[in-house]
Design a protein around this ligand. Structure first.
Ligand code: GLA
Length: 722
């Protein structure tokens, strides 16, 4: 149960798992005292002493005391000379802000954030801490929510202009978290196309460190989250803190370690390409930041994130439903298909038990390659002379659902749309438009563009029997300028773009509640908690090589549960790496996510096709556990040749264990892999081998595994409790 209690200027938010404590200093500055495992009480004087502040709380006369005070929401430039969370330009051009507490309220449940994705849930309490800068008439409300079932806090800030002059927000982070030491490793996820979210772990050092994006999306290159783990923290032991932004655009995630080795964590909108004009009476909301705590290692931290995703972020019919096993034609045909070819692929897919056929890029305009037609979302009658509906009807008649690819935020310079509306692309007059993949980005900050994009997708969903949408986004921002925004608001474009996109997505998911949406951005380039609020699954990577996927899915699972990750079996040699891996291994890796195929099954040998049939059957039996069970990482592919993980059903009666060895070595004995999440007192039978073990034996001694002969060998075992 969550409680928020207030005594002697101390605001203590806590549930069964964590405490979060704020102390209002004399004068009304909100200081941060504690975030971590639940505690019963705190001695503010001791915490203040740690920060070299007078223990009696009379900090104000102390020279530049604010410069080493732990703040809830600091602004740079008055008493605190460090980087702040907030900066607001005023009519005289100065930017200092001095927010003082004016009051607080406690409300039941969790409040939404207008226009932005946010966590939700009734089993929560929210503290609204009200502050005001009297001189400039800016008010701020800091919102903190604790859900009963999550060891974490959800935060965002609301800023309101109560003055009669324009204010310009130049920085407004979602999270500032002060930590009393810096004995942590910083873990971030960075990569590139086909190598998304590679884990890097390094000790915090004095100064500033972190990751950020200015690309208009979270991006392939890094993720809008960071993790702090004690040096001794492992998967199953030790303290870890994780913070992730519920947002999909430009961001900053950083840690600043000061001379006293105290750490200040920031997460929020990137201030470089951001500014927001706040006219008198207007309000601005930052995106939400989710911060979790674990004293049970990284595994414990991920469990908190997974719970948030499952129970407080993903919405709609598919939030908890079995996801259809799909077949996507992209790697099977690329742009070279016609109706007959597609139906042939779909027929074999239906025959082996696949449930959804997805038509990827190339069905619209004159799109025979990636040089044209984005924006012209009408069917290419050269390829599909009978239209889309005719195709979807036939696919439906096979017992399959039908899915369709869109890249709605984009326009090809070679398109009817661009000819008609060149101004709709993000551009700067007089500068050569920089293309990526021969395309430009539509200016989603404009309402006319939003309405066009919405209608393009909605009309197909209304008329063509579409059950699934793959929503792609394949380039980043350049020439950042909008034809409509005045000069003093051009820096609003990246955030307005996101608000525009979210507006369209919100309308679509509400109007088409039966459609399953999958987010994609050249693979996993927009794998974030923002998109997950609208689309319950994300294409994890264009890289479907089983060995690469071990790493990508392993690190993606730091925040995202299996049901969020699109993962498919593709052809060999793999189109991204040229590697040949057994079909069993491709299936074993892909089944820990939203399973599918990315190939023409007609090209498989009869033997492999039978294996596919068996895979599909097995996944249908196990998918509730595979998608919605508790996922635990067991062996880290970043540290060697092996990968292992397990998904355990909520009632602990069923589990699926997977082990892959990238490179075989002769004369290697089996390895003992310690499992997690099982019931210690239950006896489990491994369905595939018939062996019986107690949960405690497999968790404490380990399960003996040898993946067998050849490279990329693997096992996937079903554990059934007796
Ligand atoms: C992106 C996606 C792929 C595919 C292609 C189509 O790269 O990540 O899965 O849809 O676009 O052009």
């Amino acid at each position: 149960m969550t409680e928020i209690f207030v005594k002697d200027n101390l605001l203590h938010l806590r549930n069964d798992h964590i405490s979060y404590i704020i102390y209002i200093l004399e004068g009304g500055i909100p200081a941060h005292l504690y975030f971590g495992k639940r505690i019963e009480s705190i001695n503010p004087a001791a915490v203040l002493r740690h920060y070299e502040l007078p223990a009696d709380g009379r900090w104000w006369p102390h020279n530049c005391a604010l410069d080493h005070t732990p703040h809830e929401y600091p602004a740079h430039g008055l008493g605190d000379l460090r980087e702040g969370a907030l900066s607001v330009r005023q009519k005289d051009g100065t930017r200092s802000v001095d927010l003082r507490v004016t009051g607080w309220e406690v409300v039941d449940g969790k409040l939404g954030i207008p226009g932005l994705p946010a966590t939700f849930g009734d089993n929560a309490k929210t503290l609204l801490l009200h502050l005001k800068d009297e001189l400039i008439g800016l008010t701020a409300t800091l919102s903190y929510t604790l859900f009963d079932d999550v060891a974490g806090v959800m935060r965002h800030t609301e800023l309101h202009n109560a003055s009669d002059a324009d204010l310009y927000i130049e920085r407004a982070y979602s999270l500032c978290l002060e930590l009393p030491d810096s004995r942590y490793d910083l873990i971030t996820l960075s990569g590139k196309w086909a190598r998304e979210r590679e884990m890097s772990r390094r000790p915090l050092v004095m100064g500033e460190q972190g990751v950020s994006s200015l690309r208009g999306a979270t991006s392939l290159f890094t993720s809008n989250m960071l993790f702090l783990a004690r040096p001794e923290t492992t998967e199953d032991r030790g303290e870890a803190i994780g913070a992730a932004l519920v947002y999909s655009g430009n961001f900053t995630a950083s840690v600043h370690v000061d001379a006293n080795r105290c750490s200040r964590v920031f997460l929020g909108l990137n201030g470089v390409d951001f500014s927001w004009k706040l006219a008198p009476g207007e309000t601005f909301h930052t995106p939400e930041a989710v911060t979790v705590y674990s004293d049970a290692g990284l595994d414990g931290m991920s469990a908190q994130f997974h719970r948030i995703c499952a129970d407080h972020l993903v919405r709609g019919k598919y939030a908890k439903a079995p996801r259809p096993i799909l077949l996507n034609n992209w790697e099977a045909t690329y742009f070279g298909f016609n109706e007959e070819k597609l139906l042939k692929i779909a027929r074999t897919a239906a025959d082996v038990g696949v449930e959804l056929f997805v038509l990827d890029d190339g069905w619209f305009g004159h799109r025979d390659d990636d040089t044209t037609s984005l924006g012209d979302w009408y069917v290419d009658t050269k390829k599909l002379p009978n239209g889309l509906k005719h195709l979807t009807d036939q696919v439906h008649a096979m017992g399959l659902k039908f899915g369709l690819w869109f890249e709605p935020e984009m326009v090809s310079p070679k398109s009817d749309l661009y000819e008609k509306h060149p101004d709709w692309a993000i551009h700067i007059d007089g500068r050569m438009p920089i293309q990526q993949r021969q395309q430009l980005t539509l200016d989603m900050s404009r309402e006319d563009v939003q309405d066009y994009v919405y209608e393009c997708v909605a009309s197909h969903l209304r008329e063509d029997g579409i059950d699934y949408v793959k929503w792609d986004m394949n380039r980043h921002f350049s020439n950042i300028g909008s034809a409509l925004l005045p000069a003093d608001q051009q820096k609003e474009l990246p955030h307005r773009y996101m608000l525009g996109l979210y507006r369209v997505l919100e309308k679509l998911v509400n109007e088409f509640p039966d459609v399953l949406f999958e987010s994609c951005s050249s693979g996993g380039g927009r794998f974030d908690m923002g998109m997950l609020h609208y689309m319950p699954q994300t294409w994890t990577s264009d890289n479907t090589d089983a060995l690469c996927r071990c790493r990508i899915q392993y690190s993606t699972s730091l925040v995202f549960p299996p049901f969020a990750m699109g993962s498919h079996v593709s052809a060999v040699p793999n189109h991204q790496t040229g590697r040949i891996t057994p079909i069993q291994t491709r299936g074993n890796v892909a089944m820990s996510g939203c399973f599918g195929y990315e190939l023409d099954l007609n090209t498989l040998s009869a033997e492999d096709l039978e294996k596919v049939r068996a895979q599909v059957k097995r996944i249908k039996e196990l998918r509730t556990t595979l998608l919605y069970g508790d996922f635990h990482r067991l062996v880290n592919p970043y540290e060697g040749q092996d990968t292992a993980w397990i998904t355990v059903s909520k009632d602990k009666r069923e589990a699926v264990f997977m082990f892959v060895r990238a490179m075989n070595q002769p004369a290697t004995p089996p390895v003992l892999v310690k499992l997690r999440g099982l019931d210690e007192n239950k006896i489990y039978t491994i369905r595939e081998t018939g062996e019986r073990y107690s949960g405690s034996e497999m968790m404490h001694l380990g399960l003996s595994v040898h993946p067998g002969w050849g490279d990329a060998a693997s096992v996937s075992w079903t554990l059934e409790a007796e």
